[in-house]
Design a binder for this molecule. Structure first.
Ligand code: ADP
Length: 623
């Protein structure tokens, strides 16, 4: 029994969390604050102090009116209880008796200035401490999303839209910053001011306070109704925006073809549908959202009018002194702002939580292709790669892309995969570095299941040269290095082997030259040789080649072919072959059809069979 057949593979998947409820979205976001404890505490402290100074400022308005309105000085007896209005009255009369009214006024104004200075100082400090928290959370989110994107298996990307994925990291993250973090600030600040002001109001006149509260609850009820649909609409807006980004992506990438086929109108029409839907949904969303502010202002003035009417009645009945009524109104205005920010926070959070849900859903997407819990550490390749009865089926596909494939690839062999398009050649090579995991059967290296190594160890065995040259907007040097470390001499040696040196040496900046977006500044053949240099530098024991089908001019073709041959020398190679010369030189030719191996052997053996392979050779096409 080989080690592979005993091997039980148990990937430790991340749990898929339930992200459906609003509440949990909110708490998940709040839990992100944990890493910023110090700043959050300082911000809360500043907010508490700000609220305290706000509340202190309220009764300070009273003596001002008291002094101004009552021209003659009346000595008020010292009250015996804790009644706030009586105590304030006594305090003011003492102030005016001990100083002149003008001086008393100056003292009151100076005190007001001091209190407001501190109130605003702490207001600023609260924001000051919150800024790194807001941006820190955004930083964390971007980082996590990016790392998730890099980590997720290729299968994830065949079902997702690129533009949508890009939005997750741009507009969704922005949405979280704007709507949710503003909310967090509102939560820490508003309640303290509301409670402080309300306490003052109740101490001044419980009757009037009750009257005001009833009015406020009534208006809040009306406004609350509007926000219900906001979350759903915002989700739709993001989906549309994702589609628009996808179309833009595709269009910018395919401009040459779009123009060449006169397909501008067709492409514009594609955009039109999503763009106009986006406009309509967003307009409805804005109508609803923008209604909240004018509506609340008008309802606010209704409340104030009622307050003025009822309060004046209390003053006329001598149930309330005029200056305390002024202080009461001032306290009431102090409540309005935080109450408003509280209710707008409620709208915003509906919109923002939709974004939190989308981001969390992404971050919680399980990745089935992970390292084993106890990986084998001694990875090396000494004898053979084995496919043991390997079958593979893509998600949502109804047929097997590979069907009971059995093959041994011995060390040092060149294996050429041949077959018509869709036969399973790409799937075959994608299973080796575990871009996908086999559905059944096993792939082993020297008898060990490839799933028993870490992905990093396993992938370091392979060098990949794909059909399409994947290059990045960077220098020649960095495109060859691509994260590896090597000396300049090693880079130049790899470049020489891959026939890159010739064209790099005539460039003005040599290896430091930038090659443009996806290597735009290079020719097709140069791009291919550059990707070969990248594989040469890593010097992996196994090469996976997908020969380019696109035609190059014969000189380029020769240089690329020469580079590939040097790359394959002394290495085990699996090549998706399109050229007869490559195939003839292979040690083993594997003919695939509908996921099954139909013929296998050397060129001579297969020619003698006079079967499928023979047909390919006669047609002179291997795809
Ligand atoms: P080849 O490389 O020989 O052209 P592939 O290995 O790409 O063939 O494809 C084998 C089969 O799997 C085809 O029928 C193809 O349609 C299907 N297939 C390839 N990729 C996917 C995918 N991501 N999702 C579903 N089916 C796929």
């Amino acid at each position: 029994m080989t080690r592979s057949s005993q091997f039980v593979y148990t990937p430790h998947m991340q749990p898929q969390q339930n992200t459906s409820s609003n509440n949990s979205g909110f708490w998940r976001l709040m839990s992100r604050l944990k890493s910023y404890k110090k700043n959050v505490i300082l911000a809360i402290l500043s907010n508490v102090l700000m609220a305290i100074f706000t509340v202190i400022s309220i009764p300070m308005i009273a003596p001002f009116f008291d002094i101004l309105f009552s021209q003659e000085v009346v000595a008020v007896p010292k009250p015996t209880d804790n009644n706030l209005p009586d105590n304030l009255d006594y305090f003011f009369s003492q102030l005016v008796i001990n100083y002149t009214p003008q001086k008393a006024l100056l003292i009151v104004i100076a005190a007001i200035l001091v209190v407001f200075f501190f109130k605003n100082l702490f207001r600023y400090l609260a924001l000051f401490f919150m800024a790194p928290v807001r941006n820190g959370i955004i930083y964390d989110l971007r980082k996590q999303i990016f790392e998730k994107y890099i980590d997720l298996p290729l299968s994830f990307y065949s079902t997702e839209k690129k533009g949508d994925l890009m939005n997750r990291m741009t507009s969704d993250v922005q949405e979280i910053e704007w709507s949710i973090l503003n909310t967090i600030e509102a939560i820490f600040k508003a309640p303290l001011i509301i409670i402080g002001s309300l306490t003052f109001m109740i101490l001044t006149s419980p009757q009037l306070t009750l009257f005001v509260i009833v009015l406020i609850v009534f208006t809040a009820f009306i406004i609350g109704g509007i926000s219900k649909t906001l979350k759903r609409s915002s989700s739709e807006v993001q989906t549309r925006l994702g589609r628009i980004s996808s179309i833009l992506e595709e269009t910018l990438g395919g401009l040459r073809i779009i123009k060449g086929f006169n397909a501008q109108a067709y492409q514009s029409e594609k955009l039109e549908k999503d763009n106009s839907e986006y406009r309509n949904i967003l307009t409805r969303l804005l109508w609803r959202r923008d209604l909240s502010s004018p509506l609340s202002e008008f309802l606010g003035i209704v409340v104030v009018s009622a307050l003025l009417w009822y309060g004046s009645a209390l003053v006329f009945e001598k149930a309330l002194s005029p200056e305390l009524f002024f202080a009461f109104i001032f306290a009431f205005f102090q409540v309005i702002e935080p109450a408003k920010s509280f209710s707008s926070a409620y709208y915003n959070i509906q919109k923002g939580l939709a974004a939190v849900d989308r981001v969390d859903n992404l971050l919680n997407t399980p990745n089935p292709i992970v390292d084993p819990e106890r990986p084998l550490t001694d990875i090396s390749f000494n004898s053979a790669i084995n496919f043991d009865d390997v079958s593979f089926q893509y998600d949502h596909a109804d047929t097997q892309a590979l069907d009971q494939v059995d093959i041994t690839i011995n060390k040092g062999e060149v294996v050429a995969l041949v077959g018509s398009s869709g036969a399973g050649k790409s799937t075959f090579v994608d299973l080796l570095p575990r871009f996908f995991d086999v559905t059944s059967g096993a792939i082993t290296i020297d008898g060990n299941d490839i799933r028993s190594f870490t992905l990093h160890d396993l992938r370091s065995l392979f060098g990949i040269v794909s059909q399409e040259a994947i290059l990045f907007n960077d220098t020649i040097k960095n495109n060859i290095l691509f994260g590896a470390t090597a000396t300049d001499a090693e880079i130049e040696e790899a470049a020489r082997i891959a026939n890159v040196a010739e064209f790099v040496n005539v460039m003005p900046d040599k290896y430091e030259s930038n090659i443009g977006d996806r290597g735009m500044k290079l020719s097709g053949g140069q791009r291919q040789r550059l990707t070969i240099a990248r594989a040469v530098l890593r010097n992996p024991p196994i090469m996976i080649l997908d020969e380019a089908t696109s035609a190059l001019d014969s000189e380029s073709e020769l240089l690329v072919q020469d580079a590939l041959e040097k790359l394959m020398k002394n290495r085990t190679t699996v090549v998706i072959a399109h050229r007869l010369s490559t195939i003839r030189n292979a040690d083993k030719i594997v003919v695939l059809d509908k996921g099954k191996i139909v013929e296998m052997g050397s060129h001579e053996q297969l020619m003698a069979l006079n079967g499928e392979y023979n047909k390919f050779v006669e047609m002179q096409t291997f795809d």
